[in-house]
Design a protein around this ligand. Structure first.
Ligand SMILES: Cc1ncc(COP(=O)(O)O)c(C=O)c1O
Ligand SMILES: [Zn+2]
Length: 406
C-alpha cells in the first residue's frame, strides 16, 4: 500500500479514531480530526528522490496522503504550481527575496482543488455517495469538479452574492446548487441540518479530516521548491484557515521525516478589514476568535466570520512566531492592479490581500529586509470577472478613429 495513513487524531484533545469509516468531528470534544501517518516507518523507506522522480503534481506525495488504493486518486492535474520571483515588488519593498506561489494555475483556478482532490477521493474510497458543503464560492467549484470525476453527488450552498462563475462551475459539473440569502455561516447551518436529515456526508471546512491533507501539499511543494531550506515568512490569505493548517502540518511531517529542522517560516494570516476575526483575536492576544459581525469584503474567500478551527489557527500563528494583518478593500484593489501591471500576475483579491499586507509589515519593521518571503496566491483573478469595472474604456464604432488614451 502506498500510504502510511494510520488514524485520525483530534487537534484539541488528542482523542484518536480509526480512519476507515466516515468521520466528521471528534466524538469527545467536537473539534477537528487531523490525519495521522506512521512517519517513523516512512522515514526509514521514503526518500526525497522518490518524490522528485514522479510527475510534479499533488499525487507525487501519495505516501503522506490518505488514499489507500491509488486507483481512487482523482487527478485533474492539480498541484505542482510554480513559485516565481517578484523582482520589481521586492525592490520597491526593500526585501531580498520575494516569491509568489501561484495557485491560480490549478484546474479550477484556485488552491481549493488540492483539498477537493484528496477530500472527494477519500469520500469515494470510503463508499460515500452524497457529499454536502457550504462554500464562499471557490471550494464549491473545486469540489463539484472532483465529485463529477468521482461520480459523487455534491449538494452545495453558497451566499446568493457569490461570484457567478462559481455558480456556473457548480452547475456545469452537475452539483445540486443552493443560493442562500446570507453568509457562509448561514449556508453552513442549512447544510448541517440537511446532512442530519438526509444522511449526506458533511464535508464543510475542517468538519471532515481529508481536505487539509490536500492543502498540506502546498507546504511540501514550497519545501521542495526551496530545496528543503524553508523561506523565512509565508503570507496566507485566511478565511477558514485550512491552508495555514496545511502548511503547518506539512512542515511538522517533513521534520518528522528528518528532511527539515525545527525552524519554521513565520506564518502570516492576512484578512480583509471587513472580516478580520483572526486579526482581532491575534491583536487581543486571545486563543480563539469571536464571531465577526456584518462581515463584508469583495475577497469572497475571506468572508468567514468565525473560522471553525480558530483555536488551532491561533496556536499556529503563535507557535511559528507569525502575525495577523488586516487590509482595506482599497489596498486589495491597488495590490491586484500593481501586481498585474508591474509583475504580469493577475491574481485574485484574496491573494492580493497578502500582497497588500507587505508594505504594512515592512513599515512596522516586522518584515526584515533580509527575509525570504513567499506570498501564497490562492487563485486567479479570472474567477472574479463579475467585479471588473470597465468605466473609462472607450467603446468605438467600426470605422471611427482610434485616438491614443491619456
Ligand atoms: C481564493 C481564496 N483564497 C483564500 C481562501 C481562504 O481559504 P481558507 O478558508 O482555507 O482559509 C478562499 C476560501 O474560500 C479562497 O477561495
Ligand atoms: Zn477532541
Amino acid at each position: 500500500m502506498p500510504t502510511y495513513l494510520t488514524e485520525l487524531q483530534c487537534c484539541e484533545c488528542g482523542h484518536t479514531a480509526p480512519a476507515d469509516s466516515r468521520a466528521n468531528l471528534c466524538s469527545e470534544c467536537g473539534a477537528s480530526y487531523l490525519v495521522q501517518y506512521d512517519l517513523a516507518a516512512a522515514a526509514k523507506t521514503l526518500s526525497k528522490s522518490d518524490w522528485a522522480a514522479r510527475p510534479p503534481r499533488l499525487w507525487r506525495y501519495r505516501e503522506l496522503l490518505p488514499i489507500v488504493d491509488p486507483a481512487n486518486e482523482l487527478d485533474l492535474g492539480e498541484g505542482g504550481t510554480p513559485t516565481t520571483p517578484l523582482p520589481t515588488l521586492a525592490k520597491s519593498l526593500g526585501v531580498e527575496e520575494l516569491w509568489l506561489k501561484d495557485e491560480g494555475l490549478n484546474p479550477t483556478g484556485t488552491f481549493k482543488d488540492r483539498g477537493a482532490a484528496t477530500g472527494a477521493a477519500r469520500a469515494a474510497e470510503l463508499g460515500e455517495t452524497d457529499l454536502a458543503m457550504p462554500t464562499a464560492g471557490n471550494a464549491g467549484s473545486a469540489w463539484a469538479a472532483y465529485c463529477a470525476r468521482a461520480g459523487l453527488m455534491l449538494h452545495v450552498a453558497m451566499p446568493a452574492d457569490t461570484p457567478k462563475v462559481n455558480m456556473a462551475e457548480c452547475l456545469a459539473y452537475g452539483a445540486q446548487l443552493y443560493l442562500v440569502n446570507g453568509l457562509i455561516s448561514d449556508a453552513g447551518a442549512l447544510i448541517g441540518a440537511a446532512c442530519a436529515a438526509h444522511g449526506w456526508y458533511d464535508v464543510s471546512t475542517l468538519k471532515e479530516p481529508y481536505r487539509v491533507e490536500g492543502k498540506k501539499t502546498m507546504g511540501i511543494e514550497i519545501a521542495e521548491q526551496f530545496d528543503y531550506q524553508l523561506p523565512d515568512v509565508i503570507l496566507y490569505p485566511t478565511g477558514g484557515g485550512v491552508g495555514l493548517i496545511g502548511l503547518w502540518k506539512a512542515f511538522n511531517e517533513l521534520e518528522a521525516l528528518g528532511w527539515i529542522g525545527s525552524e519554521r517560516p513565520r506564518l502570516v494570516s492576512v484578512q480583509a478589514e471587513g472580516c478580520a476575526p483572526v486579526v482581532r483575536a491575534f491583536e487581543a492576544g486571545a486563543d480563539s476568535c469571536e464571531f465577526f459581525d456584518n462581515a463584508a469584503t469583495g475577497a469572497a474567500g475571506l468572508r468567514v466570520p468565525r473560522p471553525f478551527a480558530d483555536r488551532l489557527v491561533m496556536r499556529i500563528l503563535k507557535e511559528t512566531e507569525g502575525t495577523a494583518v488586516a487590509v482595506s478593500e482599497q489596498q486589495i484593489a491597488a495590490a491586484v492592479a500593481e501586481l498585474a501591471a508591474c509583475e504580469g500576475h493577475y491574481i485574485c483579491p484574496e491573494g492580493a490581500a497578502a500582497v497588500a499586507a507587505l508594505p504594512l509589515l515592512r513599515e512596522s519593521g516586522w518584515l526584515r529586509s533580509s527575509d525570504r518571503v513567499v506570498i501564497l496566491n490562492t487563485g486567479t483573478a479570472l474567477k472574479y470577472v463579475d467585479a471588473i469595472d470597465l468605466t473609462g474604456v472607450p467603446v468605438l464604432d467600426p470605422g471611427s478613429a482610434l485616438a491614443p488614451q491619456a
